[in-house]
Ligand binder design. Structure first.
Ligand code: FAD
Ligand code: SIN
Length: 534
């Protein structure tokens, strides 16, 4: 295996979800953009989004109210100036999406956007495309990006590690090493501006709403490179994924509860009134924890979501995709209660950035789910993720284009490849190592789930240390392959989540530790930040 060529571009984007593609579309006005993406163009969490995008546009609503709801959900860790910048950009960013071809659902008269609602919102403000919002956004962005001459999208290209140099004590990102699995080549892609838009890490949990691509690659690459990462203990579990719905848990959107869906125990009891005044529309952390408590108490496998009291025609019209999917599994949601359980859904922490999406490494930005910007704090408000991804892609575009031309990569640079890349992949040994994937998913679910304890976290820490060192040793001794590279990233991301969770000796937002059940203000009202010692 050898370095085949060196690729250069003005903007190097890793990831083709809403964050990566909306950035690429803007950046292409100013220079050449390369988008590296590890599977197909549309393989992204974005493609699965259902509920929609939260934006304060109705006459009854206001930016102040959206800001307040976001900060309340974030439980003391949101950065107010970031929340304000994101929320107030909303209407402009939605117009941009419409100009790129996204069709949002409209009211019957066709004059205004239809607005849904979800947990923690005090007004109807969730703009959506029926219940397939993400698919509509991804389809439109891919279509627009393909037409742009200055955007090159490379599918089936897996970013392995960032290329970092030391410039008189400053860490500088020069690009990324990319594996082209079809040829087995590792290719350095160079750029003065590299943008991590690699999404989340749901796949490190046994049950998740996330597709296969969500293996924490961006956080792991950034940490290995020396970037600050943080708040990873705040893993968001979505309360209502359909029970036993397959390898990727099928989501029943929170918008279903927004339209009047009720959670019930198998006895029929509605239980959310015992947990929060907003009942079924309480913030997501509260609802997921309430379900977890009820399931542990009753020993039942699931709770139920009931929409049978709503007019069937309305259910079918508003949620056609969810209706059809349930029907294909033998459940008619207009007549049957849906069996639901929580599943890992969203990473609130990530690579730490400033208000422009810049990391602590020069030339390296992060936005979208991979980033920790201060928007979500300890718990993300529903439908704020797509909004934040769009906003930070926009802020980063503004900052990066301001900086364009200030730093060039020397013509003589391609860096040597690090580590061993020749030789045969040891299939026999891989069979042993690959079993760690299931072990990680299982241990994260059992020991680092919705309700944690000091003892369980400590045990998880010990287990993951062993897994991580074994997986890393295998990776270093073998030519890289997607399966080993992803496992390496899953192990490191799991280790980082556990480390963050062990540090936070309190319960806040999505992090609940039964040995420290209360929120400890003062010393703990701050981010948990980790950085690799070089
Ligand atoms: P993604 O869309 O996940 O894109 C990441 C990209 O990076 C992918 O193209 C992936 O292939 C690529 N990639 C990853 N690693 C590498 C690598 N090593 N090399 C190359 N490429 C790589 N949020 C809302 O606001 N509203 C909703 O209604 C909503 N519903 C959701 C429903 C579901 C089922 C799920 C799973 C999430 C939902 N979310 C929702 C969350 C939201 O969809 C995501 O947080 C958001 O789409 C993330 O966008 P992104 O561009 O950051 O990442
Ligand atoms: C949903 O539709 O329930 C998901 C919304 C989100 O994750 O913000």
């Amino acid at each position: 295996m050898a370095i085949a060529e060196v690729n250069r571009s003005d903007f190097l984007v890793i990831g083709s979800g809403i964050a990566g593609l909306s950035f690429a579309l803007k950046a292409s006005r100013k220079g050449r953009v390369t988008v590296i993406t590890k599977k197909g163009e549309a393989d992204a969490n974005t493609n699965y989004a259902q509920g929609g995008i939260a934006v304060a546009v109705s006459p009854e609503d206001s930016f102040a109210s959206h800001i307040e709801d976001t900060i309340n959900a974030g439980d003391g860790l949101c950065k107010a100036e970031v929340v304000e910048a994101v929320v107030t950009s909303g209407p402009r960013l939605i117009l941009e999406l419409i100009n790129w071809g996204v069709e949002f659902s409209r009211t019957k008269d066709g004059n205004t956007l239809d607005l849904g609602t979800e947990g923690g919102h005090s007004h109807r403000r969730v703009i959506h495309s029926s219940d397939l919002t993400g698919e509509e956004i991804e389809r439109s962005l891919v279509k627009a990006a393909i037409k742009e001459r200055r955007i090159r999208i490379l599918e089936d290209h897996l970013a392995l590690d960032l290329i970092i140099t030391d410039e008189q004590g400053r860490k500088v990102c020069q690009g990324v090493y990319v594996l082209e699995p079809s040829s087995g080549r590792v290719i350095p892609f160079l750029s003065p501006n590299t943008f991590l838009a690699t999404g989340g890490c749901g796949q490190i949990y046994l049950y998740t709403t996330n597709p296969d691509i969500a293996t924490g690659d961006g956080v792991a690459m950034a940490y290995r490179a020396g970037a600050e990462v943080g708040n990873l203990e705040f893993v968001q579990f979505h309360p209502t994924s359909l029970c036993n719905s397959g390898k990727r848990a099928f989501l029943i959107s929170e918008a279903v509860r927004g339209e009047g869906g009720k959670l019930r125990l198998s006895s029929g009891e509605q239980f959310m009134n015992r947990y929060h005044p907003l009942r079924d529309l309480a913030p997501r952390d509260v609802v997921a924890r309430a379900i977890d408590i009820e399931l542990k108490r009753s020993g039942q496998p699931c709770v139920y979501l009931d929409v049978t009291h709503l007019p069937p025609a309305k259910v079918k019209e508003r949620f056609p995709h969810i209706y059809e999917k349930c029907l294909s599994l033998g459940l008619d949601m207009t007549k049957d209660w849906l069996p639901v359980v929580p599943a890992a859904h969203y990473m609130c922490g990530g690579v730490i950035t400033d208000g422009w999406g810049r990391t602590n490494i020069e030339g390296l930005y992060a936005f979208g789910e991979v980033a920790c910007t201060g928007m979500h704090g300890a718990n993300r408000l529903a439908s704020n993720s797509l909004l934040e991804a769009l906003a930070f892609a926009d802020f980063s575009y503004k900052k990066a284009t301001e900086e364009l031309g200030k730093r060039e990569i020397p013509k003589s640079f391609p860096p040597p490849l690090e580590g061993k890349i020749g030789g045969e992949f040891q299939e026999g040994e891989w069979r042993r190592i690959s079993s760690y994937k299931g072990e990680i998913k299982e241990l994260m679910w059992r020991l680092v789930g919705i309700a944690r304890s000091d003892e369980r976290l400590k045990k998880a820490g010990e287990m993951i240390e062993r897994v991580l060192s074994d997986v890393e040793a295998f990776y270093q001794a073998n030519p890289p392959q997607p399966r080993s590279a992803e496992l390496r990233n899953m192990a490191l991301t799991a280790w980082l989540i556990i480390k963050c969770a062990l540090r936070r000796k309190e319960s806040r937002g999505l992090h609940y530790n039964e040995d420290h059940p209360d929120k400890a203000n003062g010393n703990w009202a701050k981010d948990t930040i980790l950085q690799r010692k070089s």
